[in-house]
Design a protein around this ligand. Sequence first.
Ligand code: TXA
Ligand code: MG
Length: 316
Amino acid sequence: MTIIAASDSAIAAAAALLREGRLVAFPTETVYGLGADATDDRAVAAIFAAKNRPTFNPLIAHVADIAAAAELVTLDERARRLAAAFWPGPLTLVLPRAAGSTVSLLASAGLDSIAVRVPAHPVALALLRATGRPVAAPSANPSGGVSPTTAAHVEEGLGERLAMILDGGACRVGVESTVLDLTTATPTLLRPGGVTREQLEILLGPIAVAQGHDEDGPRSPGMLASHYAPALPVRLDAQAALPGEALLGFGPLPQATLNLSPTADLAEAAANLFALLRALDRAEFSGIAVAPIPHHGLGLAINDRLRRAAVPRSSA
Ligand code: TXA
Ligand code: MG
């Protein structure tokens, strides 16, 4: 049985599983989260595989308190004011990645920002304290499904994919957290949620509202522009590098400059994707050639991300 009532010993066991890189679903006040160690690329890749998400959307790093958030992101004065008012609670803040932040680049989809939140649920907070690491967690449903508000919902959708489902009863809020981007001069509401725009404006003054934000991630062209893309041109389905190019390999490929997975393991490739793209994005190369990636399983999300990275950008 995967569903376990959230006792102290069950929470300790769940924290141990997270630290081993396994997936644990846990209750928050909004919806159940599909949790993994946010500092572990492989564990984060397992989230995308379990949800069967065709894209890598950036995930929220859940932490137990403001001090833990401050190790991951740079909190400005606005962020501290909001955190003091609404944390623990259904507010997610997108902030600049701090130097030395341990959050996996896959969890933040290669962005220079990280979304952080302190959930207002005793089980979630106890789990985060016991784990002692940030926990990446999207809603615990298969991609395209409805967000789960009970442990039974989670089991229906993802049951056999999870090491454990911590049962903390039904979620109080039932809709996801509000996502507010504080990397812009004017704070921008990316997703409406448990904390209202009016509540935010009392503390911040007028805020902007992003248009066309998809439930499952930033997909509108304006939002895509904020996604990480290498400065160098990216060429896909390359069998070999042209003169000057770096070659990002997949599978056995001795001539690769770097290799996403020499053993052709898609989960390993997903875990390495953003870190290796960044590592090759250097002026000594004229471009990045990428070997073909099979188009099944996590390969769909990898290819989606690579196609976006390969879209020609104007130098204007
Ligand atoms: O209530 C919630 O927020 C639940 C519980 C489990 O905490 N989690 C949740 O996660 O809804 P998810 O992955 O379904 O939604 C996260 C949202 C997405 O819209 C994503 O695009 C946005 O946060 N997001 C995460 N990191 C971001 C970043 N660095 N920049 C912009 N948007 C980001
Ligand atoms: Mg969701």
